[in-house]
Design a protein around this ligand. Structure first.
Ligand code: ADP
Length: 199
């Protein structure tokens, strides 16, 4: 098929957008089971960075499924497309100079690799929420584990759909034994050490 779509170079380039904000863009990609703390920690980090004056954006799995990805379900194929779209949107936000936090179960290594490849080295930070299934299930903050165990929902990650743990995440956090504050401190320290933020 003939492809008549041409890439237009922008006059204001990516680095200039970030420089205008006096910050370095990056993507913190939160992956883990439902209830592992992705949204809670991503939100808390968002607040901490925002309060330090950084320009940030938060993309959350449940929220994008209300709009951008509302046509997608939870089959393997739809999960791949969900992550592809979110990866591309995250990239656009970092092109705009923002520090982006994306919180998605993203159970498959191949999908997370696909997103990683969109970013220059060091700009994709995989944050593995390594909270045990038992803790996530006990919390059952959205009541979904109970429904999955009862067979009322299918393809639920950790119950009847697999979760592939990252082999080499940049950061691992276990919210069964670390507080929200401790998790945020670890993330801020990582960003400071890598000079992605200055204070
Ligand atoms: P996910 O986005 O991974 O589905 P959520 O952040 O929505 O997870 O839910 C995690 C739940 O666990 C929340 O109800 C939160 O209040 C609770 N929780 C208890 N302790 C912690 C902790 N140390 N860190 C993060 N969440 C915690």
């Amino acid at each position: 098929m003939e492809n008549n779509i041409v890439w237009h170079d922008h006059k204001v380039v990516r680095s200039e957008r970030a420089e205008n904000k006096s910050q370095k863009p990056c993507l913190l990609w939160f992956t883990g089971l439902s209830g592992s703390g992705k949204s809670t920690i991503a939100n808390a980090l968002d607040v901490a960075l925002h309060n330090r004056g950084y320009h940030t954006f938060l993309l959350d799995g449940d929220n994008v499924r209300h709009g951008l990805c509302k046509d997608l379900g939870f089959s393997d194929e739809d999960r791949v497309e969900n992550i592809r779209r979110v990866g591309e949107v995250s990239k656009l936000f970092t092109d705009a100079g923002l520090i982006v936090m994306s919180a998605f179960i993203s159970p498959f290594n191949s999908d997370r690799r696909m997103v990683r490849k969109l970013f220059p080295a060091g700009e994709f930070i995989e944050v593995y929420m390594d909270t045990p299934l038992a803790t996530c299930e006990e919390r059952d903050s959205k009541g979904l584990y109970q429904k999955a165990r009862a067979g009322e929902i299918t393809d639920f990650t950790g119950i009847d759909s697999p979760y592939e743990a990252p082999a080499k995440p940049e950061i691992s956090l276990d919210t069964s034994c670390s507080s929200v504050e401790d998790c945020v401190e670890s993330l801020i320290n990582y960003l400071l050490e890598r000079k992605l933020i200055a204070s």
